[in-house]
Design a protein around this ligand. Sequence first.
Ligand SMILES: *Cc1c(COP(=O)(O)O)cnc(C)c1O
Length: 405
Amino acid sequence: MFKNLLDKFRKDKLPPILVPQLMDTYTRLPVSFVRGEGSRLWDVDGNCYIDALGGIAVTILGHSHPAISETISLQANKLLHVSNLFHIQEQAQLASKFCSIAQMDKVFFANSGAEANEAAIKLARLHATKRNIAKPVVVAMQGSFHGRSLATLSASGNKRVQQGFVPLVDDFEHIKFNDIDALGALAANNNVVAVILEPIQGEAGIVIPDEGYLRAVRDLCAEHDWLMIVDEVQSGLGRTGKWFAYQHEDILPDIVTSAKGLGNGIPIGACAARGKAADLFSPGDHASTFGGNPFSSSVALTVINTIESDGLVLAAEDVGEYLKRQIQHRVGTLSGVVDIRGKGMMLAIELDSSPANLATKFLLKGLVVNVTGGGRIIRLLPAINLTRDEAVEIATLIHDVLIEL
Ligand SMILES: *Cc1c(COP(=O)(O)O)cnc(C)c1O
């Protein structure tokens, strides 16, 4: 069935698809997609795949979604960009909608997750300035990922993303994730101004904290006047069965960041805040040329409206749970499978070893997944409108690959 690129791989020769003019930032898999529809992708050779990755949590409504395509085409023929020097109706509508689903007061639009987190970190600095704290400390978590800009890679609790980039932004103090005592121990440090964390750690391999942890973080932040910043770049927009994962614990952070699924592939990021955190920026403090332009704003508004009108937040919970059970049923007892976990459409299968070229082995069966955690964790971030039939198909293909290892 699989021709050309993958055939070369089958013969145990990884094809060197090196583009000399591209900087060497990615180790790319030996396949090139040219078309997508729903949760299906087709490569240059006409092979069809089921997409359980969604461009790493980005195509939350799948590929070529008719409502998204229609908005893109309408807006492209109407107005792409003007500048934030002017009032932008589409941005105003998106702001209102985004604040209502996130339960926040105000929002700033950027173009990526890293930029959304940069804005959040700048808010923490302004909070420090207001409190007259000259050497502010932002508490961050070991294993976290917040982006690749200098501030966000410094916030990330992962030595690999920091390697070679010293001096880092030195605000951040990393503690153990899911350890409320570790955070409580910092109460004595008067320089702490904020805590930044993912409600479920994505890049680390879908690490879900204990029930009550986020609420306990919320309580400590309130008690000590620390801003609670929740990075929902991967977990947000309905993926876990709530609009945002913190809503599972019925809490409200001070700041929420979003990106990835928000534009279904059109770049957009958001940093929303409530209460006093929402009023920290004044004109001139922060800006973005592209952020919240008519094009990306209208697409993001259609993404949110479609998730809402199609009932996809509940669907993500239901079908995600179904997918997890199907996977448990098929591979749960295989030796080598250590854990199957996740919430909604954010799932992981942890293995006890790192088989070589694992992601490519899945491609050969026609399944697109991500492998993280040093090659041991298979991560699934499918579109939230995945069907039950597609879920069965994914679980079956996972079985077919794992059984051969
Ligand atoms: C992907 C990701 C980011 C970075 O987003 P970019 O759009 O790549 O800058 C930040 N935080 C989390 C939790 C992410 O998963």
